[in-house]
Design a protein around this ligand. Sequence first.
Ligand SMILES: [Zn+2]
Length: 374
Amino acid sequence: MSLRDSNRMDKKDQNYFLNREESPFESMPKDKEDLAQAFRRSHPPVRASSGSTEDSREGIKESSKGGEFGKRDRQNLQKILQSNSIFKRILIAQAFAILCLTVLVSFVFYSNFGIKRQCEKMARQILDLQEAYNGLILQNTGEEVVGTESVEMTDGTDKSTKGRKTAASGEKSDVRYVYLTFDDGPSSKTEKILDILDRYGVKATFFVCGKKAYEGEYKRIVEEGHSIGMHSFSHSYGKLYASLDSFQTDLHKLQNYIYDLTGVWTTYYRFPGGSSNTTSKVNMQELKDYLGREHITYFDWNVYGGDGVSSDVIVRNVTANITRYDECMILFHDANDKESTVEALPRIIEYIQSLDNTVIVPITDKTEPVQHHK
Ligand SMILES: [Zn+2]
């Protein structure tokens, strides 16, 4: 085809397009609505048979007029509708997958969180039971915690415990020493305990933890002449007894904390759960040896009122066992939920003060430690 023919063809084409009522590009459907209109044009509604012959013919004319164009549009429309349908399905599937994932992640998170809390709670309960068990075993069996034999001290030296026999052994010392010791504080009960001690004019020993909200209580304990000892900063058995390293870190953190608040460099320690606890992952002997190297003395107990029991039960348990020992180390709990300690304390102090040759004293450097032996 020559260039001239080509030009002529172009002109012909131009005339063809100019004579058209609308440009083929204009007639191309632009969006879904255009397609729908085109579809309607190419598919006129079927008229009722009652309609006139003229109308039917008109419909056929319109239909044939749409003819080729309508067919192409219909195909496009079908494609678009199909792709829309697939797209919607993909979207729904994605939304469903996201929903499932969210539910799954939430479930895993909350179940783990719940399990962790449950485990911590159980660990606390086990240790509480351990403390209760240790105290009750000592009381029920009459075990001689500190006897006539020499007691091996943590620093490796032997110290005689003369005059420290139990009443059950038949030999009585001249004076019975009773130590009121309070673990787990300070707490919302510390002030009340201090008020009671003040009222009866007795001094006690507080084995405290590291608590930020009770600075005033630490100071008052020391200012009023009571002894202060350590009971671990965290009181978290999992952390504290995970390794010798974690035990050391916790110990010195508390020792410094108490010193900063009160000016007292305490060397008294009470193991959470007692020195005979079976929860520690570290051999307790390793921890005892470490305390010995640090010149820190640990103290257990031989009389215990019980945990989670009424004040009447505490009074009964304590008063029934005090006279069995010439050196009586009583364990109490100073904790927010231990109102029973506050209620039992006056009656216990009155009972002790009613005993002959019996004095209530705080722990000092001269105190022979009561220590559990396995
Ligand atoms: Zn404790």
